[in-house]
Design a protein around this ligand. Structure first.
Ligand SMILES: CC(=O)N[C@@H](CCC[C@H](N)C(=O)O)C(=O)O
Length: 373
């Protein structure tokens, strides 16, 4: 695919960001694009809002999988792009528009330049939540299309274009969403002593919970607890009866998540007594760590060293990815693709450099060919 075609696809996808399992227009866009490339060797299946495409190889001995994610985030875009999101309040702020475009570019190339092995492209919904990877790889969905090896990429705003990065072992953290609901007693702003103010309880909780990591988790283990959203109250002169905190827990070890949850729950019980309220916690979706297979990362690094792309060893990151569930089941790896944006992932001004699209397609195609060799 020409750069201009990749750019058009990216921009058109960028305009229609949809949240997890609502990717209806995105699915249709992907299906239309693939149908325009249709040859006898391509089969397409859909699952919920996802798309699965198999390119049959000329003399297949195995199936190589490439997965990309499809959903956007509930963030109001502030890039000022002329092709800004048309879905008010939603944005492709995690680069999934890039991931899908690169997958489509690589798919076209693999149709035009057949290899011996089968290739399966998985366009997976709901990576940001509630998680599409685990249900998508169930035998009743994938069936005989299950890959023998699988890989995926994620854009890296802090890396220059033309650079990729990965590592054997742990690349991304274990995650759990965190939703905490406080219920007390509301009332007039002038009579606080007659109420149980959940604005105050939740605010204190956000401050106190910082000590769960600093004092509850062993210093050589790593954890993050972040509250990304706080909701409470309706009007300036009434005391809020309820409050809701929404956040996420991240750890490098799967077991540390349970330590953090136990400490948070103890803190909640204490807050119920001291603030005379009830507190309910829901852990939403939980993602397993992204753990890369040494053999496939080594092959990837060697392949990149023979190309114009520069390979760097990555550090583990506290980002999460439900691709971890695919890697738990199927050997493979994930890598970062440099896109050189001054604003990071999940930022309303994320502006990845589109010249990384061609580098992304080339990297995926070279990797598929190397895995098949
Ligand atoms: C790469 C990336 O940014 N992934 C997301 C995954 C979110 C998982 C879940 N909704 C959670 O917040 O725990 C991330 O925020 O790391």
């Amino acid at each position: 695919m020409e750069f201009s075609t990749l750019q058009t696809i990216r921009r058109e996808l960028h305009q229609i960001p949809e949240l997890g399992f609502q990717e209806v227009k995105t699915q249709q866009y992907i299906l239309n694009t693939i149908k325009a490339m249709q040859t006898d060797r391509v089969d397409i299946k859909t699952w919920k809002t996802g798309v699965m495409v198999r390119v049959t190889g000329e003399n297949p001995r195995k199936t190589i999988g490439f997965r990309c994610d499809m959903d956007g985030l509930p963030i109001t875009e502030q890039t000022g792009y002329p092709f800004q999101s048309m879905h008010e309040g939603n944005m492709h702020a995690c680069g999934h528009d890039f991931h899908m475009t690169i997958a489509l570019g690589a798919l076209k190339k693999m149709i035009d330049e057949p290899i011996n092995d089968n290739i399966v492209f998985l366009f997976q919904p709901a990576e940001e939540g509630p998680g599409g990877a685990l249900p998508m790889i169930q035998p009743e969905i994938l069936g005989e299309w299950k890959p023998n090896v699988i890989f995926a990429l994620h854009i890296a705003p802090e890396l220059p274009v033309g650079t990729v990065s990965s590592r054997p072992g742990l690349l991304f953290a274990n995650t759990s969403e965190l939703f905490i609901d406080f219920t007390g007693k509301g009332g007039h702003a002038a009579y606080p002593h007659l109420t149980r103010d959940m604005g105050v309880a939740a605010s204190n909780f956000v401050v106190e919970m910082q000590q769960v990591v600093s004092r509850g988790v062993a210093p050589l283990e790593s954890a993050v607890v972040t509250i990304g959203k706080i909701e409470s109250g309706f009007v300036q002169n009434a005391i809020a009866e309820t409050a809701r905190l929404e956040g996420t827990i991240r750890t490098l070890e799967p077991a540390t998540i349970d330590v953090v949850k136990e400490k948070l729950e103890k803190l909640m019980r204490g807050f119920e007594i001291s603030h005379e309220c009830s507190i309910h916690v829901d852990y939403g979706s939980n993602y397993y760590q992204v753990y890369n297979d040494q053999k496939w990362v080594d092959l990837f690094a060697e392949t990149m060293q023979r190309s114009e792309i520069s390979y760097q060893e990555a550090n583990p990151a506290m980002t999460g990815e439900d691709f971890g569930y695919m890697l738990k089941e199927i050997p493979g790896f994930m890598f970062w693709l440099g896109v050189n944006s001054p604003y990071g992932l999940h930022n309303a001004q994320l502006q990845p450099d589109e010249s990384a699209l061609e580098a992304g397609v080339q990297t995926v195609v070279d990797s598929i060919k190397a895995m098949s060799a």
